[in-house]
Design a protein around this ligand. Structure first.
Ligand SMILES: NC(=O)c1ccc[n+]([C@@H]2O[C@H](COP(=O)([O-])OP(=O)(O)OC[C@H]3O[C@@H](n4cnc5c(N)ncnc54)[C@H](O)[C@@H]3O)[C@@H](O)[C@H]2O)c1
Ligand SMILES: [Zn+2]
Length: 370
């Protein structure tokens, strides 16, 4: 069974198709959005081994001889160096403005290949074929593409919406459990932002999702995409509501910067801890009830995600350094840190009103208590 979620962006609208076995049917699914029979698949070495063959075979059946360009797996491929090399390789393939770039992989490949598509020939079409849970529920939807700079993550990029997203939940069978759990944190995020009904459902069905039981998994991916699609359609370029998607992320980015992107703290793990921090801080500021914060923490812990800084750091990172990362986050505007706080499960809101002294004092005890 295939579920369809539409991202309603006027003439740039596109569908997200969700279901098991979509890769094998890619010929019929992708060709309707292609301008010509030319396509190049961009993927990473790990995903290439597991899944590129199926996609190449499916496209081949439709008479599309898609070339495959691979980059090394991992965050380090989201760099200007890899991007420069990739665009040269794509140009050497003789791509033209009718060529479709197909991004097959996790968020790294999606962000990198999407950005390459945005800048090549001033913009060519691309299709997202996300293969990590994080990419299926988050990064493949919404059109944010880009690479990292020395000054920080995702600082070089463009908005470039895909023509189609094919989320084949069957590809997750080969995803390592730790990556699966990390992606699950972003699913919980949607419930925590504004979908208390979905959060209830996750409390009952989260284990089935993580066990890759197809019905539960496809439902969780589809509901997450529905959440993200609605938020993106209402605020494509993050002038307002889209910022809610950063629940837990201001804290998470600070923790990731401290950990150093070496694989010791995955993004989704940082988001799990960051969401707990956002809820705890909201309790401290009188916005949220302690039982709601406890409920969030319990569910994340039940899913096997870290909920305390101590679970991923041998020594607590200094509060002042975390605060520095937070205030240098690109979402910090006009000298004030924009935080996503909450009134409870499903009650997230954005504020730039929190005094910096309160943030620093929260961090000072959160590093050992959260
Ligand atoms: N554009 C956005 O809106 C957005 C949103 C959230 C995150 N992101 C970005 O996404 C990136 C993280 O994405 P990610 O967690 O998918 O990381 P990733 O792309 O590095 O994938 C994680 C690991 O899983 C492997 N993998 C992927 N699919 C697999 C499969 N089916 N089987 C086996 N292994 C597989 C990859 O090779 C990699 O080693 C970050 O760079 C982050 O900034 C972007
Ligand atoms: Zn995230």
């Amino acid at each position: 069974m295939t579920d369809t979620v539409t991202v309603a962006l006027g003439e740039r609208r596109y569908d997200i198709l969700i279901g098991k076995g979509l890769l094998a049917r890619a010929d019929r699914l992708i060709t309707p959005v292609m301008r010509s029979r030319r396509a190049v698949i961009v993927t990473d070495e790990t995903v290439a081994r597991a899944h590129a063959g199926d996609l190449v075979a499916a496209l081949d059946a439709a008479g599309i001889a898609a070339a495959v360009e691979t980059v090394p797996a991992g965050e380090s491929s989201k760099s200007m160096t890899v991007l420069a090399d990739l665009v040269e390789r794509l140009l050497a393939r003789g791509i033209d403005r009718s060529t479709t770039i197909v991004a097959l992989g996790g968020g790294v490949v999606g962000d990198l290949a999407g950005f390459a598509a945005a800048v090549l020939l001033r913009g060519v079409d691309f299709v997202q074929v996300p293969t990590s849970l994080l990419a299926q529920v988050d990064s493949s939807v919404g059109g944010k593409t880009g690479v990292n700079a020395a000054a920080g993550k995702n600082l070089i990029g463009a908005f470039h919406q895909p023509r189609l997203v094919l989320a084949d939940t069957g590809t997750l069978d080969t995803l390592p459990d730790r990556e699966m759990k990390a992606g699950y944190a972003e699913i919980v995020k949607y419930g925590a932002i504004d979908r208390p009904d979905f959060f209830d459902w996750l409390e009952s069905n989260g284990r089935s999702v993580l066990a890759r039981e197809q019905a539960a998994l496809a439902h969780a991916v589809a509901e997450s995409c529905r959440s993200k699609a609605a938020i993106v359609a209402a605020d494509e370029r993050e002038h307002g509501g889209r910022a809610l998607l950063n629940l837990g992320h201001t804290f998470a980015h600070a923790l990731e910067a401290e950990a150093g992107y070496d694989g010791s703290l995955l993004h989704g793990e940082a988001v799990a801890i960051g969401m707990v921090m956002a809820f705890e801080f909201s309790v401290e500021l009188g916005h949220c009830s302690a039982p709601d914060a406890r409920r969030l923490r319990d569910h994340l812990a039940d899913a096997g995600l870290p909920t305390t800084i101590g679970e991923r750091f041998a020594a607590p990172p200094p509060a002042k350094r975390l605060f520095h990362h937070m205030t240098h986050d690109k979402k910090a505007s006009g000298g004030r840190v924009t935080l996503i706080l909450t009134r409870g499960i499903g009650g997230a809101f954005t504020t730039a009103e929190t005094p910096e002294t309160r943030i620093l004092s929260f961090l000072s005890h959160a590093i050992t208590e959260v």
